[in-house]
Design a protein around this ligand. Structure first.
Ligand code: CP
Length: 368
Protein backbone atom coordinates (compact mmCIF):
# COMPACT_ATOMS: atom_id res chain seq x y z
CA UNK A 1 0.00 0.00 0.00
CA UNK A 2 1.30 3.44 -0.85
CA UNK A 3 2.35 5.56 2.12
CA UNK A 4 0.66 8.55 0.44
CA UNK A 5 -2.69 6.93 1.06
CA UNK A 6 -2.20 6.60 4.77
CA UNK A 7 -3.65 9.54 6.63
CA UNK A 8 -2.37 8.60 10.05
CA UNK A 9 0.29 6.01 10.46
CA UNK A 10 0.96 3.63 13.29
CA UNK A 11 1.57 5.51 16.50
CA UNK A 12 4.97 5.42 18.12
CA UNK A 13 5.33 2.11 19.92
CA UNK A 14 5.32 2.24 23.67
CA UNK A 15 8.62 1.15 25.06
CA UNK A 16 7.17 0.42 28.51
CA UNK A 17 4.82 -2.49 29.00
CA UNK A 18 4.07 -4.99 31.77
CA UNK A 19 6.54 -7.85 31.97
CA UNK A 20 5.61 -10.80 29.78
CA UNK A 21 3.10 -8.94 27.65
CA UNK A 22 5.31 -7.90 24.79
CA UNK A 23 5.39 -9.11 21.25
CA UNK A 24 8.64 -10.98 21.80
CA UNK A 25 7.11 -13.30 24.38
CA UNK A 26 4.05 -13.87 22.21
CA UNK A 27 6.22 -14.60 19.23
CA UNK A 28 8.11 -17.17 21.24
CA UNK A 29 4.84 -19.11 21.29
CA UNK A 30 4.13 -18.90 24.99
CA UNK A 31 0.56 -18.62 26.21
CA UNK A 32 0.65 -15.10 27.53
CA UNK A 33 -2.60 -13.34 28.25
CA UNK A 34 -3.31 -10.27 26.19
CA UNK A 35 -2.81 -7.00 27.98
CA UNK A 36 -6.07 -6.15 29.70
CA UNK A 37 -7.04 -9.79 30.21
CA UNK A 38 -8.06 -10.76 33.72
CA UNK A 39 -5.75 -12.90 35.79
CA UNK A 40 -7.83 -15.07 38.13
CA UNK A 41 -4.75 -15.85 40.22
CA UNK A 42 -4.16 -12.18 40.88
CA UNK A 43 -5.85 -11.23 44.17
CA UNK A 44 -5.42 -7.56 43.27
CA UNK A 45 -7.74 -7.93 40.28
CA UNK A 46 -11.20 -7.15 41.71
CA UNK A 47 -12.94 -7.37 38.36
CA UNK A 48 -12.06 -11.01 38.01
CA UNK A 49 -13.26 -11.77 41.53
CA UNK A 50 -16.56 -10.04 40.90
CA UNK A 51 -17.33 -11.57 37.52
CA UNK A 52 -15.65 -14.95 37.51
CA UNK A 53 -14.32 -14.27 34.00
CA UNK A 54 -11.79 -17.03 33.53
CA UNK A 55 -8.54 -16.83 31.64
CA UNK A 56 -9.40 -20.13 30.00
CA UNK A 57 -5.89 -21.44 30.30
CA UNK A 58 -6.67 -24.11 32.87
CA UNK A 59 -10.17 -23.39 34.08
CA UNK A 60 -13.62 -24.48 33.02
CA UNK A 61 -15.32 -22.08 30.66
CA UNK A 62 -17.80 -20.04 32.57
CA UNK A 63 -18.78 -16.61 31.35
CA UNK A 64 -17.97 -15.23 27.91
CA UNK A 65 -17.83 -11.49 28.45
CA UNK A 66 -15.04 -9.93 26.42
CA UNK A 67 -12.47 -10.96 23.85
CA UNK A 68 -9.52 -10.15 26.12
CA UNK A 69 -10.39 -13.07 28.38
CA UNK A 70 -9.25 -15.65 25.83
CA UNK A 71 -5.79 -17.09 25.57
CA UNK A 72 -4.48 -18.30 22.24
CA UNK A 73 -4.58 -21.87 23.55
CA UNK A 74 -8.24 -21.47 24.48
CA UNK A 75 -9.05 -20.11 21.03
CA UNK A 76 -7.38 -23.11 19.41
CA UNK A 77 -9.47 -25.43 21.55
CA UNK A 78 -12.71 -23.59 20.80
CA UNK A 79 -11.95 -23.76 17.09
CA UNK A 80 -11.08 -27.48 17.33
CA UNK A 81 -14.45 -28.18 18.95
CA UNK A 82 -16.21 -25.90 16.45
CA UNK A 83 -14.75 -27.94 13.61
CA UNK A 84 -16.08 -31.11 15.23
CA UNK A 85 -19.51 -29.51 15.43
CA UNK A 86 -19.62 -29.14 11.66
CA UNK A 87 -19.83 -32.93 11.36
CA UNK A 88 -22.60 -33.62 13.87
CA UNK A 89 -25.62 -35.26 12.29
CA UNK A 90 -29.19 -35.50 13.71
CA UNK A 91 -30.22 -38.54 15.77
CA UNK A 92 -26.68 -39.43 16.82
CA UNK A 93 -25.19 -39.53 20.33
CA UNK A 94 -23.27 -36.35 19.47
CA UNK A 95 -26.55 -34.62 18.74
CA UNK A 96 -27.76 -35.41 22.29
CA UNK A 97 -24.76 -34.01 24.19
CA UNK A 98 -26.81 -31.33 25.91
CA UNK A 99 -30.01 -33.30 26.40
CA UNK A 100 -31.71 -32.14 29.59
CA UNK A 101 -29.90 -28.79 29.63
CA UNK A 102 -31.70 -25.50 29.20
CA UNK A 103 -30.48 -22.26 27.60
CA UNK A 104 -32.27 -18.95 28.04
CA UNK A 105 -31.82 -16.17 25.49
CA UNK A 106 -32.48 -12.70 26.92
CA UNK A 107 -32.34 -10.16 24.09
CA UNK A 108 -32.95 -6.47 24.82
CA UNK A 109 -31.87 -5.47 21.30
CA UNK A 110 -32.95 -6.89 17.92
CA UNK A 111 -31.10 -9.87 16.47
CA UNK A 112 -31.47 -12.44 13.73
CA UNK A 113 -28.16 -14.32 13.58
CA UNK A 114 -26.95 -14.32 17.15
CA UNK A 115 -30.20 -15.35 18.81
CA UNK A 116 -31.27 -17.87 16.21
CA UNK A 117 -27.82 -19.42 15.83
CA UNK A 118 -27.54 -19.86 19.61
CA UNK A 119 -31.02 -21.38 19.67
CA UNK A 120 -30.25 -23.63 16.73
CA UNK A 121 -26.95 -24.61 18.37
CA UNK A 122 -28.73 -25.66 21.55
CA UNK A 123 -31.37 -27.60 19.61
CA UNK A 124 -28.72 -29.36 17.50
CA UNK A 125 -27.04 -30.59 20.69
CA UNK A 126 -30.31 -31.88 22.16
CA UNK A 127 -30.94 -29.05 24.62
CA UNK A 128 -33.98 -26.88 25.22
CA UNK A 129 -34.42 -23.14 24.73
CA UNK A 130 -36.33 -20.48 26.71
CA UNK A 131 -36.41 -17.37 24.55
CA UNK A 132 -37.20 -13.74 25.33
CA UNK A 133 -36.82 -11.45 22.36
CA UNK A 134 -37.63 -7.77 22.84
CA UNK A 135 -36.88 -8.35 26.52
CA UNK A 136 -37.10 -4.65 27.29
CA UNK A 137 -40.72 -4.71 26.19
CA UNK A 138 -41.90 -8.24 26.97
CA UNK A 139 -39.95 -9.21 30.09
CA UNK A 140 -40.45 -7.68 33.54
CA UNK A 141 -37.77 -5.14 32.67
CA UNK A 142 -40.77 -3.22 31.30
CA UNK A 143 -42.05 -3.05 34.90
CA UNK A 144 -38.75 -1.73 36.20
CA UNK A 145 -36.96 -4.95 37.19
CA UNK A 146 -33.19 -4.59 37.31
CA UNK A 147 -30.96 -6.69 35.08
CA UNK A 148 -29.43 -8.32 38.15
CA UNK A 149 -32.85 -9.40 39.48
CA UNK A 150 -33.82 -10.76 36.08
CA UNK A 151 -30.60 -12.78 35.94
CA UNK A 152 -31.07 -14.14 39.47
CA UNK A 153 -34.56 -15.24 38.47
CA UNK A 154 -33.79 -16.73 35.07
CA UNK A 155 -30.85 -18.74 36.42
CA UNK A 156 -33.40 -20.75 38.41
CA UNK A 157 -34.91 -21.88 35.10
CA UNK A 158 -31.89 -22.19 32.82
CA UNK A 159 -28.35 -23.61 32.92
CA UNK A 160 -26.86 -20.90 30.70
CA UNK A 161 -28.02 -17.39 29.77
CA UNK A 162 -27.25 -15.72 26.44
CA UNK A 163 -27.62 -11.96 26.91
CA UNK A 164 -27.86 -9.13 24.40
CA UNK A 165 -28.26 -5.72 25.98
CA UNK A 166 -28.14 -2.12 24.85
CA UNK A 167 -25.64 -0.96 27.49
CA UNK A 168 -21.88 -1.51 27.30
CA UNK A 169 -20.78 -3.38 30.42
CA UNK A 170 -24.14 -5.07 30.98
CA UNK A 171 -22.77 -8.58 30.39
CA UNK A 172 -20.14 -8.03 33.06
CA UNK A 173 -22.83 -6.74 35.42
CA UNK A 174 -24.98 -9.79 34.70
CA UNK A 175 -22.04 -12.14 35.25
CA UNK A 176 -21.37 -10.59 38.65
CA UNK A 177 -24.92 -11.48 39.68
CA UNK A 178 -25.10 -14.91 38.03
CA UNK A 179 -24.34 -18.42 39.18
CA UNK A 180 -24.78 -19.87 35.67
CA UNK A 181 -22.64 -18.97 32.63
CA UNK A 182 -23.46 -15.66 30.95
CA UNK A 183 -22.63 -15.53 27.25
CA UNK A 184 -22.37 -11.95 25.99
CA UNK A 185 -24.31 -11.73 22.73
CA UNK A 186 -23.50 -8.03 22.31
CA UNK A 187 -23.58 -5.26 24.92
CA UNK A 188 -24.44 -2.00 23.20
CA UNK A 189 -21.33 -0.44 21.64
CA UNK A 190 -19.14 -2.53 23.99
CA UNK A 191 -18.23 -5.98 22.73
CA UNK A 192 -19.58 -8.98 20.82
CA UNK A 193 -17.06 -11.68 21.70
CA UNK A 194 -18.88 -14.68 20.24
CA UNK A 195 -19.05 -12.80 16.93
CA UNK A 196 -15.29 -12.26 17.09
CA UNK A 197 -14.78 -15.97 17.65
CA UNK A 198 -16.85 -16.88 14.62
CA UNK A 199 -15.13 -14.18 12.57
CA UNK A 200 -11.69 -15.56 13.40
CA UNK A 201 -12.88 -19.13 12.87
CA UNK A 202 -14.13 -18.03 9.44
CA UNK A 203 -10.80 -16.41 8.57
CA UNK A 204 -9.04 -19.65 9.49
CA UNK A 205 -11.49 -21.73 7.43
CA UNK A 206 -11.43 -19.39 4.44
CA UNK A 207 -7.78 -18.46 4.07
CA UNK A 208 -6.15 -21.20 6.11
CA UNK A 209 -4.16 -19.12 8.57
CA UNK A 210 -4.41 -16.53 11.32
CA UNK A 211 -0.82 -15.36 11.41
CA UNK A 212 0.55 -13.04 8.73
CA UNK A 213 -2.73 -11.51 7.65
CA UNK A 214 -3.68 -8.04 6.58
CA UNK A 215 -7.23 -7.05 7.43
CA UNK A 216 -9.15 -3.96 6.44
CA UNK A 217 -11.94 -3.00 8.86
CA UNK A 218 -14.44 -0.71 7.20
CA UNK A 219 -17.48 1.32 8.25
CA UNK A 220 -18.75 2.22 11.70
CA UNK A 221 -15.67 1.43 13.74
CA UNK A 222 -16.62 3.72 16.64
CA UNK A 223 -19.93 2.03 17.43
CA UNK A 224 -19.12 -1.39 16.01
CA UNK A 225 -18.76 -3.86 18.86
CA UNK A 226 -17.81 -6.58 16.38
CA UNK A 227 -14.69 -4.78 15.17
CA UNK A 228 -13.67 -3.97 18.73
CA UNK A 229 -13.91 -7.61 19.79
CA UNK A 230 -12.25 -8.77 16.57
CA UNK A 231 -9.28 -6.43 17.07
CA UNK A 232 -8.69 -7.88 20.53
CA UNK A 233 -8.74 -11.47 19.28
CA UNK A 234 -6.61 -10.89 16.19
CA UNK A 235 -4.00 -9.07 18.27
CA UNK A 236 -2.99 -12.46 19.68
CA UNK A 237 -1.72 -13.74 16.34
CA UNK A 238 1.62 -13.05 14.69
CA UNK A 239 2.24 -10.26 12.23
CA UNK A 240 -1.38 -9.14 11.86
CA UNK A 241 -1.73 -5.74 10.21
CA UNK A 242 -4.96 -3.79 10.58
CA UNK A 243 -6.21 -1.02 8.31
CA UNK A 244 -9.09 1.09 9.65
CA UNK A 245 -11.26 2.70 6.97
CA UNK A 246 -14.02 4.79 8.53
CA UNK A 247 -15.84 8.07 8.01
CA UNK A 248 -14.45 10.81 10.28
CA UNK A 249 -17.41 10.70 12.67
CA UNK A 250 -17.03 6.97 13.39
CA UNK A 251 -13.30 6.32 13.51
CA UNK A 252 -11.92 3.48 15.63
CA UNK A 253 -11.82 4.52 19.28
CA UNK A 254 -8.66 5.36 21.14
CA UNK A 255 -8.84 2.49 23.64
CA UNK A 256 -8.49 -0.08 20.85
CA UNK A 257 -5.70 1.85 19.15
CA UNK A 258 -3.82 2.16 22.42
CA UNK A 259 -4.28 -1.54 23.15
CA UNK A 260 -2.97 -2.51 19.72
CA UNK A 261 0.01 -0.22 20.04
CA UNK A 262 0.82 -1.72 23.43
CA UNK A 263 0.66 -5.15 21.81
CA UNK A 264 2.98 -4.10 18.97
CA UNK A 265 0.20 -4.71 16.47
CA UNK A 266 0.64 -2.61 13.35
CA UNK A 267 -2.40 -0.49 12.54
CA UNK A 268 -3.15 2.33 10.16
CA UNK A 269 -6.05 4.66 9.50
CA UNK A 270 -6.64 4.96 5.78
CA UNK A 271 -9.12 7.01 3.76
CA UNK A 272 -8.89 5.14 0.49
CA UNK A 273 -10.95 1.94 0.50
CA UNK A 274 -9.66 1.00 -2.96
CA UNK A 275 -6.05 1.03 -1.79
CA UNK A 276 -6.92 -1.17 1.17
CA UNK A 277 -9.09 -3.53 -0.89
CA UNK A 278 -6.24 -4.27 -3.26
CA UNK A 279 -3.82 -5.03 -0.47
CA UNK A 280 -5.58 -7.04 2.25
CA UNK A 281 -6.38 -10.71 2.80
CA UNK A 282 -9.63 -9.93 4.63
CA UNK A 283 -11.94 -7.01 3.98
CA UNK A 284 -14.29 -6.76 6.97
CA UNK A 285 -17.19 -4.45 6.16
CA UNK A 286 -19.65 -3.16 8.78
CA UNK A 287 -22.94 -1.30 8.76
CA UNK A 288 -23.23 2.35 9.81
CA UNK A 289 -25.43 1.75 12.86
CA UNK A 290 -28.26 4.24 12.60
CA UNK A 291 -29.58 3.23 16.03
CA UNK A 292 -26.40 4.59 17.69
CA UNK A 293 -26.93 8.11 16.22
CA UNK A 294 -30.26 8.98 17.81
CA UNK A 295 -29.00 12.24 19.32
CA UNK A 296 -26.90 13.27 16.28
CA UNK A 297 -28.69 12.34 13.02
CA UNK A 298 -26.47 14.76 11.09
CA UNK A 299 -23.45 12.54 11.83
CA UNK A 300 -25.31 9.51 10.51
CA UNK A 301 -25.94 11.38 7.27
CA UNK A 302 -22.22 12.19 7.03
CA UNK A 303 -21.20 8.57 7.56
CA UNK A 304 -23.71 6.55 5.57
CA UNK A 305 -22.86 5.50 2.07
CA UNK A 306 -19.24 6.69 2.25
CA UNK A 307 -17.62 3.26 1.89
CA UNK A 308 -19.45 0.70 -0.25
CA UNK A 309 -18.05 -2.58 -1.51
CA UNK A 310 -19.23 -3.15 -5.07
CA UNK A 311 -18.06 -5.09 -8.11
CA UNK A 312 -15.36 -2.48 -8.79
CA UNK A 313 -13.99 -3.03 -5.30
CA UNK A 314 -14.09 -6.80 -5.76
CA UNK A 315 -12.16 -6.44 -9.01
CA UNK A 316 -9.31 -4.83 -7.07
CA UNK A 317 -9.08 -7.56 -4.46
CA UNK A 318 -6.60 -10.41 -4.45
CA UNK A 319 -7.85 -13.71 -5.82
CA UNK A 320 -7.55 -15.45 -2.46
CA UNK A 321 -8.86 -12.59 -0.30
CA UNK A 322 -12.29 -12.70 1.34
CA UNK A 323 -15.01 -10.21 2.19
CA UNK A 324 -16.60 -10.64 5.63
CA UNK A 325 -19.46 -8.77 7.29
CA UNK A 326 -21.08 -9.55 10.63
CA UNK A 327 -24.45 -8.68 9.02
CA UNK A 328 -27.08 -7.35 8.80
CA UNK A 329 -26.08 -5.18 5.85
CA UNK A 330 -27.99 -2.24 4.54
CA UNK A 331 -26.26 -0.82 1.47
CA UNK A 332 -22.57 -1.17 2.30
CA UNK A 333 -22.07 -4.30 0.18
CA UNK A 334 -23.75 -4.36 -3.21
CA UNK A 335 -25.74 -7.63 -3.46
CA UNK A 336 -24.18 -8.04 -6.91
CA UNK A 337 -21.04 -9.13 -5.03
CA UNK A 338 -22.80 -12.06 -3.37
CA UNK A 339 -22.07 -14.55 -6.16
CA UNK A 340 -18.34 -13.91 -6.00
CA UNK A 341 -16.74 -16.88 -4.19
CA UNK A 342 -14.71 -14.41 -2.13
CA UNK A 343 -17.93 -13.05 -0.60
CA UNK A 344 -17.84 -15.17 2.55
CA UNK A 345 -20.38 -13.38 4.77
CA UNK A 346 -23.15 -15.96 4.59
CA UNK A 347 -20.65 -18.77 5.23
CA UNK A 348 -19.48 -16.63 8.14
CA UNK A 349 -23.05 -16.50 9.52
CA UNK A 350 -23.26 -20.30 9.24
CA UNK A 351 -19.99 -20.67 11.11
CA UNK A 352 -21.67 -18.84 13.97
CA UNK A 353 -23.75 -21.94 14.49
CA UNK A 354 -20.71 -24.20 14.91
CA UNK A 355 -18.81 -21.80 17.14
CA UNK A 356 -21.86 -21.31 19.38
CA UNK A 357 -22.42 -25.08 19.54
CA UNK A 358 -18.83 -25.34 20.76
CA UNK A 359 -19.27 -22.57 23.32
CA UNK A 360 -22.44 -24.16 24.71
CA UNK A 361 -20.77 -27.55 24.94
CA UNK A 362 -17.72 -26.09 26.69
CA UNK A 363 -19.81 -23.93 29.03
CA UNK A 364 -22.16 -26.74 30.02
CA UNK A 365 -20.14 -29.92 29.63
CA UNK A 366 -16.48 -29.28 29.54
CA UNK A 367 -13.29 -27.37 30.00
CA UNK A 368 -10.77 -25.94 27.61
N1 CP B 1 -23.95 -10.22 13.63
C1 CP B 1 -24.98 -10.06 14.47
O1 CP B 1 -24.81 -9.83 15.68
O2 CP B 1 -26.20 -10.16 13.87
P1 CP B 1 -27.59 -10.04 14.61
O3 CP B 1 -27.72 -8.64 15.13
O4 CP B 1 -28.62 -10.38 13.58
O5 CP B 1 -27.58 -11.01 15.76
Amino acid sequence: MKVMQITKTMKTMKTMRPAGMGASSRRAGTSVRASGARDPTDPTDPTDASTGVASWLDEPLKHVIESQQFSKAALAEIFRVSREMEDIRPNTDEARQLQGRIMSTLFYEPSTRTRLSFESAMARLGGTVLSTESAGEYSSAAKGETLEDTIRTVEAYADVIVLRHFQAGSAKKAAAAASVPILNAGDGPGQHPTQALLDVYTIQREIGRLDNIRIGMVGDLANGRTVRSLAYVLSMYENVQMYFVAPDVVRMKGDIKTFLTEQDVEWHEVDDLRAVASDVDVLYQTRIQKERFQDRPEDYEKAKGKYIIDLDTMALMKKDAVVLHPLPRVDEIDPACDDDPRAAYFRQARNGLYVRMALLKLALNGTV
